[in-house]
Design a protein around this ligand. Structure first.
Ligand SMILES: [Zn+2]
Length: 212
């Protein structure tokens, strides 16, 4: 018997999304990317933790723990802003899998530049000519504007300086993946694993109806 995904290796892991056993290599490479993993799959959850720890250790070695403390502080102030930004990046990536860490970093850099210009009192949106980077930048600026200029967001409201810090944080993280991970899409995959597609929830819901 062979793994249904690669038709090469021995299937050893039960995959709840495929409802059959697959090989550990396919599970490792495709989970959360080509496979719509449910959030209660232990391989998915453990794999997620493992990869994140690995990259975190590498980054701490290179940039020091300060980078993580800073991100945690910013996140604590406005988790909603982080979630909106990440979901947008993941949405753009899902729509076009050619997007890379580098495009994301370019887009974040562009948005940062536009926000810095705004800080000087000039409203001017920088464009790059790279359509991916422009799309990322547009997304960042629209989310930032939603939280910055819209009084209805209440306690989640941010100022321009906070927006600049958050965008810089994403830029540094994306740049780290870009420079240190051999997979050119690794940061996007990492984010995508945190934001699974909504439709994954449907089979899990039906499970709850089972009577004891
Ligand atoms: Zn396989």
């Amino acid at each position: 018997m062979k793994c249904v995904l690669c038709d090469k290796r021995k299937p050893k892991r039960y995959c709840p999304a495929k409802r059959t056993t697959i090989c550990p290599v396919c599970c490792g490479e495709k989970r959360g990317v080509e496979i719509n993993c449910p959030l209660d799959c232990q391989y998915y959850v453990e794999g997620q933790k493992h990869h994140q720890q690995k990259m975190m250790q590498q980054r701490i070695k290179k940039d020091g723990a300060r980078s993580y403390v800073r991100k945690a502080e910013l996140y604590k102030h406005n988790p909603e802003l982080f979630a909106h930004l990440e979901k947008g990046f993941v949405g753009i990536f899902r729509a076009d899998k050619n997007l890379t860490n580098k495009d994301l970093a370019s887009g974040l850099e562009l948005a940062h530049k536009t926000l810095e210009t705004e800080k000087k009192g000039i409203i001017f949106q920088h464009q790059s000519g790279n359509s991916y980077a422009d799309e990322i930048s547009n997304h960042v600026l629209s989310i930032v504007s939603h939280f910055k200029d819209n009084p209805e967001v209440g306690a989640s409201r941010i100022n321009l300086d906070f927006a600049l810090l958050v965008v810089k944080e994403f830029l540094e993280e994306a740049t780290f993946y870009m420079e240190n991970d051999t997979n050119p899409k690794s940061y996007l995959i990492h984010l995508m694993r945190y934001h699974p597609e909504e439709e994954v929830q449907t089979p899990a819901e039906s499970k709850l109806i089972i009577t004891p």
